[in-house]
Design a protein around this ligand. Structure first.
Ligand SMILES: [Fe+2]
Length: 333
């Protein structure tokens, strides 16, 4: 080997090795994401930089264009994953390890995003004022027997838009309008706050049932004040009449301009690994997406359920129509 060849070799390997890093734009909370990223850096030596972008993620990525430092987007809800895909700020990633770890119905058919955890959208029911078996389906939430007894966050929130999209997939637009009107008629008060605020309202006696995501139960139990709210309710896994319980994801997507593609793919694979899935399960009370990874004991105590059969690509596709119907009915009004 000539000196020139050696210099070229050192030059070409040393520079990328020094520059290897991953930049993440995240919608997810810092305290949840950091333990995962630290574990990745410990295993691979690759540093990860995170920018928490609460709002305007698509606008930011579009404005930055090809010069964006971002490699990966971490976010919750198929609505937001669909939004970044539709905006053209993500690229397809074909990867055997990701395909093996993540079931096909929980990742984008075009490989633009991958689910990393799941969460069910369930009913929190007051332990005293709601009998066992009194609420079993999502359709039932529109029944007049719940008049003045139902609390929810805004129906234009992504979580409720996805649930409405699932209803749309099962029953079509006409029945969905009727369902939304029924829900609106049953509301104890104007939708406000997050999922945990609705449980607080149940605890305070303002309503008897609410819609919420499963992991909030775990989060409430960790908090001295919210623990009391959590104690006033039990989790009911409703199903669609002709389906199962509505499940959504948190997920990851690679940006169109990703400057550190190889390292970013390593991080994607890591997030779908047993080690990372265990962290997700235990720190955020989510359901690991990978088969064989244990649930947190708290989550396990809520019991099992059958996830709905409508796949998330379909939910994502129906999202704009669902939002239109929610606005037409003016559920929050
Ligand atoms: Fe949430």
């Amino acid at each position: 080997m000539t000196r020139l060849m050696l210099a070229a070799l050192i030059g070409s390997t040393a520079i990328p090795a020094l520059a290897e890093e991953v930049n993440v734009y995240s919608h997810r909370q810092p305290e949840l994401i950091q333990p995962l990223l630290d574990a990745f850096t410990q295993e691979t030596g690759i540093p990860v930089n995170v920018a928490f972008v609460e709002k305007g993620l698509v606008e930011k990525l579009k404005a930055e264009g090809d010069r964006s430092p971002a490699d990966l987007i971490l976010t919750v809800d198929v609505a937001r994953l669909g939004e970044v895909k539709d905006a053209g700020v993500t690229q397809p990633v074909q990867d055997a390890a990701l395909d093996a770890a993540i079931p096909a119905n929980l990742r984008d058919a075009d490989h633009n995003w991958y689910g990393l955890t799941t969460r069910a959208r369930i009913v929190y029911a007051n332990k005293d004022r709601v009998a066992d078996g009194e609420v079993t389906t999502y359709e039932d939430l529109a029944d007049p027997k719940w008049k003045g007894r139902l609390c929810t966050r805004s129906f234009t929130n992504d979580y409720n838009v996805a649930l409405t999209a699932a209803h749309l997939a099962h029953h079509g637009p006409e029945a969905t309008v009727t369902w939304l009107e029924g829900i609106k008629a049953n509301l104890a008060k104007k939708p406000d706050g997050g999922d945990r605020d609705q449980v607080k309202s149940i605890w305070a006696g303002e309503c008897d049932i609410s819609l919420g995501n499963t992991y909030y139960m775990g989060k409430m139990l960790e908090d001295p004040e919210q623990k009391e709210w959590a104690g006033s309710v039990r989790i009911v896994f409703p199903t669609f009449q002709d389906g199962g319980t509505h499940v959504n994801v948190s997920g990851v997507a690679m940006t169109t301009s990703a400057p550190n593609k190889d390292a970013a793919l390593k991080l994607m694979e890591f997030l779908a690994s047993d080690a990372a899935q265990k962290i997700y399960a235990e720190t955020n009370y989510e359901f690991p997406i990978k088969q064989g990874v244990a649930l947190s004991p708290v989550v396990e105590s809520w019991g099992s359920f059958t996830p709905d059969s409508v796949d998330l690509t379909e939910i994502s596709r129906l999202r704009p129509e669902a939002l239109k119907l929610i606005q037409q009915v003016d559920v929050d009004g």
